[in-house]
Design a protein around this ligand. Structure first.
Ligand SMILES: Cc1cc2nc3c(=O)[nH]c(=O)nc-3n(C[C@H](O)[C@H](O)[C@H](O)COP(=O)(O)O)c2cc1C
Ligand code: SF4
Length: 432
């Protein structure tokens, strides 16, 4: 398994500086919708799925599941409708890539939807967007309206005879509605509580029909794969994780922002070369590679290529590519307080391990931070986190446990310092 990172650095964001790119005419001026038209007119659904499988595009919503394989799970012999869902919930703290993709390239997303819609035989795509994303929702609705009026969506997509509509649905701001079955419940007008699996959405998804759920960014890669071919796509990134991705860098860096880079770019390169390093000459202490659910890595482990097959060896994962950087003033127990408070507030409450466990993690973190913790509390933290993993209806409980386990793995001595000093030894750290 080789690791090669050639110099193609961006294609998703190539035209994002051009404000006209958000309009139908501006998108078409760059060759937009030509790929979808060609694919729909010339290829069979099976060929399309085969191409995407060969390309090896991995989902960019957090779990990294192979997109072509997921499309192949959709039954093609059933009467009645099947659906595609675009997951635009983007609630993971540290992640803001989907917002930019929707604001700057709404038609790129719609073109990326049309190809799998055709391949999976879906007549409708529900584009489920988080409630707080008012501006992206407005931009997307305008793009959908323009595309419908222009014959790109509707009863005869791009003159190919394929019929497809895109329906924008706004959520009400709950993290758990990003989990695909919580999303489906919310889409159906119910409380956003994840479903037990199986059945998986390809068998029984939205309104009881076969459904495929993909992330915004996953869709956006699709037209590029078909425009330039599998070999081109696989020449970027790593063997197991081809293509670029959008790294959203925040926290203690000179130039926070969104960077489109090949998968496999080293984390320290992203932080120091692209994001300009830590301000004020301070030292870097730790970084979260992919949004708060992903285990953090201490300085000294940051020369890791940013792709799941490498991050796994360091006990972490790419998640949503939201890199959060922390300098030497940062109190790691406060980091634990902030993260565990988020998960406590966002648990949907169906599973005891999650509902109670997230509350306990937060309570213990806060007690240690305020100087009232004991050494035994560290063991309880570890015990509670361990019992939350792999036990629940959805992966939220795992996502709540992992950051705590990583904090204890890498910064146990700092937790002990709090216990022994009976106060926080980091007065310069951010305030709770
Ligand atoms: C708690 C939780 C929150 C999630 N939030 C999101 C989200 O905001 N956006 C997203 O695309 N996927 C999210 N996911 C992953 C989805 O369940 C699903 O795997 C993803 O939308 C599939 O898209 P992909 O295969 O293109 O990555 C979340 C998963 C969990 C467990
Ligand atoms: S793990 Fe948590 S968020 Fe997921 S279903 Fe259970 S209680 Fe709800």
């Amino acid at each position: 398994m080789g690791h090669r990172v050639p110099h193609v650095t961006h294609y998703l964001t190539e035209h994002f500086a051009d404000p006209g790119y958000t309009t139908l005419s501006g998108y078409r001026a760059q060759g937009g919708y030509e790929t979808a038209r060609r694919v729909l007119a010339e290829q069979s659904p099976e060929e399309v799925i085969g191409t995407l499988k060969n390309a090896g595009l991995k989902g960019r919503g957090g779990a990294g599941f192979d997109a072509g394989l997921k499309w192949s799970f959709m039954p093609r012999d059933q009467a009645g409708p099947s659906y595609l869902v675009c997951n635009a919930d983007e609630s993971e703290p540290g992640s803001f890539k989907d917002r930019v993709l929707m604001e700057r390239g709404p038609h790129q997303l719609l073109e990326g939807i049309l190809i799998p819609a055709f391949a999976t035989g879906a007549a409708t795509t529900f584009l489920y967007i988080r409630g707080e994303y008012a501006e992206p929702a407005r931009i997307l609705q305008r793009a959908i309206d323009e595309a419908t009026a222009g014959g790109v969506l509707g009863s005869n997509v791009l003159g190919t005879g394929f019929a497809h509509q895109v329906v924008l649905v706004r959520g009400a701001g709950a993290y758990i509605c990003g989990e695909e079955t919580g999303l489906l419940e919310s889409l159906e007008g119910k409380k956003g509580q994840p479903r037990r699996k199986p059945p998986y959405p390809a068998e029984c998804g939205a309104f009881g029909r076969p459904t495929t759920v993909n992330n915004v960014e996953t869709f956006c890669h699709v037209p590029h794969v078909f425009a330039r071919g599998v070999d081109w796509f696989r020449s970027i990134g790593t063997e197991e994780s081809p293509g670029t991705t959008l790294f959203g860098v925040s926290g203690h860096v000179e130039r926070p922002g969104l960077y489109e880079l090949p998968l496999g770019t080293r984390l320290d390169e992203i932080i120091f070369e692209h994001a300009g390093g830590v301000p004020g000459g301070r030292k870097l202490k730790a970084a979260i590679p992919g949004g708060v659910s992903m285990p953090l890595l201490p300085a000294g482990h940051l020369d890791v290529p940013m792709a799941n097959e490498f991050l796994r060896e360091h006990g972490s994962s790419l998640g949503t590519g939201g890199v959060i950087v922390m300098d030497e003033t940062t109190c790691m127990v406060r980091v634990g307080c902030v993260i565990s408070e988020f998960f406590r507030d966002e648990s949907c409450g169906q599973c005891t391990q999650c509902r109670e466990g997230t509350g306990w993690l937060h309570k213990l973190m806060l007690r240690i931070e305020r100087g009232g913790g004991t050494e035994a509390d560290l063991d309880v933290l570890e015990d509670v986190a361990g019992k939350m993993e792999g036990q629940t209806i959805c992966a939220f409980a795992d996502a709540a446990a992992w950051p705590v386990q990583a904090l204890l793995r890498h910064f146990r001595s700092e937790f002990l310092e709090h216990v022994r000093a009976e106060k926080c030894p980091f007065p310069e750290s951010f305030e709770l």
